[in-house]
Each structure stands twice: as structure tokens, then as C-alpha cells.
Design a protein around this ligand. Structure first.
Ligand SMILES: C[S@@+](CC[C@H](N)C(=O)[O-])C[C@H]1O[C@@H](n2cnc3c(N)ncnc32)[C@H](O)[C@@H]1O
Length: 210
């Protein structure tokens, strides 16, 4: 019962005490994943970069510092109104300068033109999508040919969450997501183990083939 409630808030935080606690947990547990997803995306100053399921917006903040070119642009998509508002507040300066735009939207319906995004990153997000093939296809649609997608996760924590019933089914397994990426038009799909500040995490990479 409690694990289901926590899983629901992790996947779609709402204005509530649990939603607020979950947003604090994101910073404490996930900041290293957000920072490394940005680093591994190899963002260039004039790239168009998209973060899916940005939550409170810590990764958006890091990515925005790299988009220093006149054409550099950051897009965020999250279907939690609470997270959308929290991240909009955090990013208000970049939004007001037209350097960032955040959409309150399900990623399968994101209002982004096809073939326009150079880099996509997301952390702790795909396990909550109802259909991984639809999610991967939606990402592939907006990416430029040769664009790079990176997702980071702490597999040990994910396995623990699944064993406690916080995550259900087998969509949390990286290999299931990697299969969905492959069948949605991505190539060079691979997972690598990484370590920083004594924390081991995983990064999944994929290149949009078009
Ligand atoms: C576990 S949180 C991770 C937040 C942040 N990336 C981090 O690692 O701290 C998952 C986030 O993805 C968002 N999300 C989940 N499924 C989504 C979907 N289908 N479309 C858009 N956002 C989604 C949730 O609202 C939530 O903010």
C-alpha cells in the first residue's frame, strides 16, 4: 500500500506532503545522475537539448550553463504540474531570455517539431512510462538524424525499488528499454557502468538513425 503510494508520487509528483518529500529526495539521490546525464550528452554551445521528466529542474540548470551559443536552446517536458511549476521557477531567468522553454505535457504528446533536437537526456523516468515503445518512438520523432540520447540510473536502487513493489512489472529493466529504443529506430544502443564520488551508476546511450 505504502510502496504503491510512493511509486505513484515518484512517477507523477503532485502538490502534497509526499510530493514535496519526493522532490527533496530527487535532489539528494539523483543530482549525481542529472549532472552526469548532462556531461555524457556532450552538449555543444549551439545545440537544442531536451530533458524529459526533469522533475525539480536540477539537470536543466546544469545543461543551460553549457548552451552559451546564440542558437543554444533548452527544452524541458514533464507531465507533473507540480514539477513543471517548480522547474519553471528555477529556470525563470533562462525562460525570460528565450533560452529555455518548459512544456507541461506527457512526453508522447510533446509539442516539439520533428527532427529538431540534437541531444535528449532523462534520469529515472522511463520506468514510469506506460508504453516504452511509444516513449522511444516519441523521442526518436523529435531528434535530428545522428542525435544522441542518454539516460542515467542507479541500477542497484532501481532493483531495490522493484523488490519493494515501488516499481512494478519489468519495464524498469534497462534491457527492456534498450530493446524498445532499438525497435524505434535507434542504433548503437548500449549501457555502460560509471562511477563518481564512490557512487556507481549506469548510463544508456542511443543514436537516432534516420
Ligand atoms: C522519478 S522522477 C525523476 C525526476 C528527475 N529526473 C530526477 O532524476 O530527479 C520522474 C519524473 O518524470 C516525470 N514523468 C514520468 N512519466 C512521464 C511522462 N510520460 N511524460 C512526462 N513526464 C513524465 C514525472 O512527472 C517526474 O517528474
Amino acid at each position: 500500500m505504502l510502496s504503491k503510494k510512493v511509486g505513484k508520487q515518484l512517477g507523477h509528483p503532485t502538490y502534497s506532503l509526499t510530493g514535496w518529500l519526493v522532490s527533496k529526495f530527487f535532489k539528494w539521490h539523483n543530482q549525481i545522475l542529472e549532472e552526469n546525464a548532462v556531461k555524457l550528452s556532450n552538449i555543444q554551445p549551439n545545440d537544442t537539448v531536451l530533458e524529459l521528466g526533469h522533475g525539480p529542474g536540477f539537470g536543466l540548470q546544469v545543461a543551460s550553463q553549457l548552451l552559451t551559443g546564440p542558437r543554444g536552446k533548452l527544452i524541458g517536458v514533464d507531465y507533473s504540474q507540480y514539477m513543471h511549476q517548480m522547474a519553471s521557477e528555477r529556470m525563470k531567468e533562462q525562460i525570460s531570455r528565450g533560452k529555455a522553454v518548459l512544456y507541461y505535457s506527457d512526453l508522447v504528446a510533446m509539442p516539439i517539431e520533428e527532427n529538431t533536437v540534437d541531444k535528449v537526456f532523462h534520469c529515472n523516468c522511463y520506468y514510469f512510462w506506460p508504453d516504452l515503445n511509444m516513449g522511444a518512438t516519441a523521442i526518436h520523432r523529435v531528434m535530428k538524424p545522428g542525435g544522441i540520447m542518454v539516460t542515467t540510473l542507479r541500477l542497484d536502487s532501481v532493483i531495490k525499488a522493484a523488490s519493494m513493489g515501488v516499481l512494478t512489472g519489468d519495464k524498469w529493466r534497462p534491457e527492456v528499454y534498450m530493446e524498445a529504443l532499438q525497435s524505434s529506430g535507434f542504433t548503437d544502443v548500449r549501457m555502460e557502468n560509471k562511477k563518481e564520488r564512490n557512487i556507481t551508476f549506469q548510463a544508456v546511450f542511443a543514436t537516432a538513425l534516420k
